[in-house]
Structure formats: C-alpha cells, structure tokens
Design a protein around this ligand. Structure first.
Ligand code: IMP
Length: 192
C-alpha cells in the first residue's frame, strides 16, 4: 500500500483522513514519521499554506506527503476569517475563542451563509498536485454539539442538513465535508 505523510499536528484531522483513506493509502502522522516542531503557515492563500506545509515535510524527508489548509468563508464578513480561520481571535487562541468572536461578529446578521473550503497539496516524487473541496452552509446563532468534531463544527450547519457538523457521526461529516471532498479527489487520483 502507498504511504503518505500527512503534514499536520491536528489529531482530529489525522483521524478523519485515516478513516477516509483506510484500505487505499497508509497515512503516517508527523509523530509517526519522527518529525516534530511547528510547521510554518504564513502564506495568504489556502493553496499557498497547503504547499508550504507539504514542502516543509518534503524538504526534511523526501518522502511522498500532503498537507491541507482550510478556511471558513463567511459571506457577510466578505469571506473572513478565510485563510486566517485558525487565528481569527488572535495568536494561540482556542476554538472557543474563535467561535465566540464569530458569533459576536454576526450578532443580529440575517445573512448567515458560509462555506468551508479545503485545498490539499500532494507532493509525489517532488511534483505538486492540488485538490479542492467545498461545502456550503449556515452559521448557527449558538453552539449545537454532542461532542463530535472540532474547530467551528458546533456552529456550522451544512445545507440540506438539520444538524451541525459537531452533531454528526464522523462518517457522515466525512462524506459531505470540505476536507472529505478534497480527500475523495486525492483518493481518486491515487487509485488511478
Ligand atoms: P487549518 O489551517 O487547515 O488547520 O484550518 C484552519 C482552522 O479552520 C482550524 O483551526 C479550525 O478552526 C478550522 N477548521 C478546519 N477544518 C475544520 C472542520 O472540519 N471543522 C471545523 N473547523 C475547521
């Protein structure tokens, strides 16, 4: 089976992607690959950040690898927080801080349309390829969660669903989510 290092320190993402690619690709986390340290993420586009993270691993290992970068794009905020979603409420802020800031920014706002967009950068034998996934939905006015998910999941309800990402079993989220769709494209490419 093909082995790919996933350039992320986010355990939730490793879990999600391992589940989605089970049986197709062996996903190796940074820790499993013996890599540690903060991966730089200083580009101003999702594609730029995905490349920067994958390149960081490639430069150290020369092993096939990929990275993803995701942004939550809120229509009423002109696409913010977008590429800055992780640090929306400041450096080293928590998921809760980000949610609180977003709920405050949308207080009284009727237009709650938003999307999650993921760009994956795969580096295979030194060559770069990109895969993108997107899901549209609404920002809820308060948290809805039964403990699933991470990040903005408790306040994001995908279109055609009556529950938030944080109320869905992982398999359901994976089948419709930004990252799930981008990973499906990666999987299709790798299985050719
Ligand atoms: P990253 O740069 O790809 O790690 O994603 C940036 C930020 O977007 C993360 O810190 C999370 O706050 C948020 N995010 C990414 N993926 C998801 C998701 O699947 N659900 C909810 N929030 C997410």
């Amino acid at each position: 089976m093909k082995r790919l290092i996933f350039a992320t320190n986010n355990k939730h993402k490793v879990e999600e992607v391992k589940a989605a690619l089970q049986g197709y690709v062996e996903i190796v986390s940074l820790a499993e690959a013996g890599l540690s340290g903060e991966i730089p993420e200083t580009a101003d586009t999702l594609q730029g950040n995905a490349l920067q993270k994958a390149q960081w691993v490639w430069d150290r290992t020369h092993t096939d690898c990929f990275a993803d970068d995701t942004g939550l794009e809120v229509d009423a905020l002109g696409g913010a927080p977008g590429v800055y979603s992780a640090r929306y409420a400041g450096e080293h802020c928590s998921f809760d801080d980000n949610i609180n800031k977003l709920l405050a920014a949308l207080d009284g706002q009727a237009n709650r349309c938003a999307d999650f967009r993921t760009v994956i950068c795969l580096i295979e034998n030194g060559e770069k390829k990109y895969f993108e996934g997107r899901v549209d939905g609404q920002i809820l006015t308060e948290r809805h969660t039964n403990g699933e998910g991470f990040g903005y999941d408790p306040i994001f309800m995908p279109n055609r669903f009556a529950v938030s990402f944080a109320e869905m079993p992982l398999e359901v989220k994976n089948s419709i989510s930004h990252r799930g769709l981008a990973v499906a494209k990666l999987k299709e490419y790798l299985s050719k």
